[in-house]
Design a protein around this ligand. Structure first.
Ligand SMILES: NC(=O)c1ccc[n+]([C@@H]2O[C@H](COP(=O)([O-])OP(=O)(O)OC[C@H]3O[C@@H](n4cnc5c(N)ncnc54)[C@H](OP(=O)(O)O)[C@@H]3O)[C@@H](O)[C@H]2O)c1
Length: 328
């Protein structure tokens, strides 16, 4: 970890990952500024500097960052962020040669290849535009690292869970199990996936700050367990201490609807395994998660109830249409 008191810029800062990161950096004694469009800066802790701009407006981004120097810059957000956007930010912060830490994704790996995916697994466009943009972002930064213009670290998280999740995943199942609704499972629900807790990601990002071992490197950052889709739902039911009814359906049924709603979390209907090794992170940097999958779900469940999310109205109408098509 870099000595406290570093000047750090976090792109984003007010949502899920980037807000958890701001908190971790403040805890470690750094001087933190954020850059975003200014929609939720009321969420920021005190003493955080704020730069307001849309990162996709490259001329304005340059103007806002002109003459400001940072020791490190976290490029966290997906806006959707293209290689050109990452490049424009790098140009704007390049003076002084900061450490740039880029939040990429495990979805850069070619998921047609055998699991588990390590940092040496070939990357590819299995996940379409998202993978293409993230790979372009990684490559534009690593090219600058090689010329010595910037020091770069790439971080590849997988599915994240935790308070303020921008994806309706664990909360999706909380809603249904809490209300005694059946959970619809695509196919046999045996695809493997891997989740990491947002605070573990934030802590890992903060720990890498200025670490010379991490320069020019990419790391998978996620939890150390993998779980099937059904296993995840069953674990959530165990955490909630409630029964759950699973209703399997053929995902081809979704094609009958013009606009199918989400049926299994926001983005957990897969047709491949998604399993990653974190051996490099553990052995090279000594970083391990604090949360297990179960303890992370428990902490998020406590947050969900504390925020009163169990009281909010939820629209189950699409699932009711789908359930009506299934044999009993
Ligand atoms: N969630 C997951 O499961 C997961 C898994 C793997 C990787 N990731 C990666 O993790 C990163 C963080 O994801 P996230 O969901 O926590 O946050 P996010 O939605 O990517 O970012 C939200 C933050 O960015 C700001 N922002 C959004 N658009 C902006 C723009 N055009 N210009 C400037 N600021 C902008 C928002 O503030 P304003 O609205 O005020 O601008 C907010 O502070 C992403 O890169 C994502 O690809 C996420």
């Amino acid at each position: 970890m870099m000595a406290p008191g570093m000047r750090v810029l976090v792109v984003g800062g007010t949502e899920f990952v980037s807000l958890a990161l701001v908190r971790a950096l403040l805890r470690d004694g750094h001087a933190v500024s954020v850059l975003n469009r200014g929609r939720r800066n009321d969420r920021l802790p005190p003493n955080v500097g704020v730069l307001v701009t849309d990162r996709k407006d490259h001329a304005r981004l340059r103007a806002v960052l002109a003459g400001v120097r940072f020791d490190a810059v976290y490029d966290v957000i997906y806006a959707p962020t293209t290689g050109e956007d990452v490049s424009a930010l790098a140009d704007a912060v390049e003076a002084g040669g900061p450490h740039v830490l880029f939040v990429s994704t495990g979805r850069v790996y070619d998921h047609a290849l055998p699991i588990p995916y390590s940092e040496t697994t070939p990357r590819g466009y299995y996940w379409g535009e998202y993978a293409r943009h993230k790979i372009a972002g990684e490559d534009t930064l690593l090219a600058r690292h090689r010329t010595g213009a910037l020091s770069v670290t790439i971080v590849r998280p997988t599915h994240l869970l935790g308070p303020l999740n921008t994806r309706n995943n664990e909360t999706f199942f909380f809603d249904r199990i809490l209300q005694g609704r059946p959970v619809l499972v695509p196919g046999d629900g045996r695809w493997l996936r891997q989740f990491g807790h947002v605070e573990d990601l934030a802590d890992a990002l903060a720990a890498m700050l200025g670490d010379s071992r991490a320069l020019g490197q990419a790391y998978n950052v996620t939890g150390e367990e993998c779980v099937t889709q059904v296993g995840l739902v069953e674990l959530i039911a165990e955490v909630l201490d409630r029964p759950v009814e699973l209703r399997h359906f053929d995902p081809a049924l979704l094609k009958r609807f013009d606009k199918p709603g989400p049926v299994f979390g926001q983005n957990l209907v897969y047709d491949c395994h998604a399993v990653y090794t974190t051996a490099k992170l553990r052995t090279e940097l000594g970083i391990r998660p604090r949360y297990t999958l179960a303890s992370g779900l428990r902490q998020t469940w406590d947050w969900y109830r504390k925020e009163g999310l169990d009281q909010r109205p939820v629209d189950f109408s699409f699932e009711d249409q789908l359930l009506a098509l299934l044999p009993r």
